[in-house]
Ligand binder design. Sequence first.
Ligand code: 6R9
Length: 654
Amino acid sequence: MSAPEGDKIEKLINPIETYPPSPEFIDGTKIPADIRERAAADRLAFWADQARELEWETPFTEVLDWSNPPFAKWFADGKLNVAVNCVDRHVHAGRGDKVAIHWIGEPGDTRTITYNDLYAEVQRAANMLEDLGIKAGDVVTLYLPMLPETIFAMLACARIGATHSVIFGGFSASAIRSRVDNANARLIITADGSLRKGRQFPLKETVDEALAEPGHTIEKVIVIKRAEKDIEMIEGRDLWWHDTIATAAETHEPQAFDAEHPLFILHTSGTTGAPKGLWHSSGGYLTQTAFTFRTSFDLRDDDVFWCSADVGWVTGHSYIAYGPLANGATQVMYEGAHDFPTLDRWFEIIEQYKVTTFYTAPTAIRGYMKSGREIPLRHDLSSIRLLGSVGEPINPEAWEWFREVIGADRTPVVDTWWQTETGSHMIAPIPTLDALKPGSGQKPVPGISVEVIDEQGNRVDPGEMGLLTITEPWPSMARGIWGDDQRFIETYWSQYPGRYFAGDGAGVDLDGDLWLLGRVDDVMNVSGHRLSTAEIESALVDHDLVAESAVIGAADETTGQAVVSFVVLKDSQREAAAQVDVEAELRGFVAKRIGAIARPRQVFVVAELPKTRSGKIMRRLLKNVADGKPAGDTSTLTDASVMDAIEQQVLARH
Ligand code: 6R9
């Protein structure tokens, strides 16, 4: 693994303007001023305190069991019910009338869901699942749009101890199938379709396609009506949500589960082919997710939080479903696209619902920077108190713009670094305590131990860049890769023994603050979505025309990175290739195989790929060229002229 290179170094050694919290901002905060000192004094006691903020049916006596690393157990002898923590306890505490979710449909329909409503819906959905024979330990796959029912379904699973596996609605039939097979899911909950930019997209048909080949473990498919799309219902297998839930009992007696009981599986791209099903626990996951939600966002009782992610990603799991609800917060949930019907849509929502805390991705911020500040500025955004960023490195320019334009030159911006594997925030400033630095994630979350190291495993000095590692287990860490413990050990805990290596590079500045630099491995980040080089390459070589492929993430002004692929065609297929638009064909093929987010921006058909004498594809050279830079050192290539030819081809397209 090579350490990151780049121009961030300037930021690490030069002082920059920072933004200390204003007295008005701090006023009324619930974050103790000595929170970091407390965590540093006794890390485990600190996490135990955070865990005790939850409601436990059986209190835990043991905090961390690290006797079999890297398989951690937190609060292992305690029992709790995650759904009770997210719903019932707020109702029992007399806060049932508080709005949990202001839901906004893309066409403009709205629903207001209080904690009382959530309580009723989740109980019925839990009974519905149990009526269908689903029980603790079963896996339920969700392939859904951003609907209130999506949250009801997740919480209903949690309530009965079923493990949910949410698949982002943009993934393809084959992606669904591999995830269903990987988890041996018994049931799928989907919708007749989703609404996006005024159009209907198939979901149920995609599920049908995924299940067309026999040999899967799915017994029933529950379908939520949303798009009013004509779909086929398969007798004996498919059921409408509204019909099925209508016959379910209204009240459901919850049972407590072990803290280590698997709450969910979420698949994410790694450096090798098949996506990994990371699985998360109940007690530890909820402890840190709830803690970071209230701390990073300095939660207040009357906040209206909005996270613009999709629940299909980990951000949606932790900061739409579990974090806000565990804290009894009010949030906005929006079904559709940010630019439908116009680019004003997000700002209309902020204005109308008086959103106080807005959590989004740098790619969206950069998009709005491009379309112009007049769009947000024609709305009253004065309710905003705090802004958050997640998903990819935020460049200081985007950070400043976010604060100045969306935050009225006044609000803190917290950059939050974390991963599907970490479950919740790991690096983030605390907005009431820290002078904020544009573009820096700044400090580990209290109770988290981070170290930036060089390739030999030594801690780097201030002012330098290196590899981001975590040196101690944390409550919301993934407990494993579903069904593949060995891969979990190898992927995360073997490169630098005793440490979790995140795959990211980071710099440490002279104040000791952290700067996140993005991936240093073969994982791409397109609009904050993780994609694997290897997975796209293997999709491409599955196409009849393609002999070899190399995929890289090229720099892209808006999306951060964009998928660019280089392919060598099979000699035997040259004639066939001449009959089609190869680029369009392959772009479409990848979209169908993996999902539209993986569709390459460009496909270059090249005569040969640049390879070392040992046969390794030199993706770094391809990336340089795609970024419009000189290829770099080609001396290790078998044939340096291969890169010259590719450079010419790429230049011709720029
Ligand atoms: C939450 C999420 C994880 C990868 C991670 C890193 C990148 C996320 C970031 C960030 C710089 C931030 N990433 N947040 N990079 N600054 N604030 O995005 O999870 O989809 O698993 O992606 O995203 O490269 O390794 P996930």
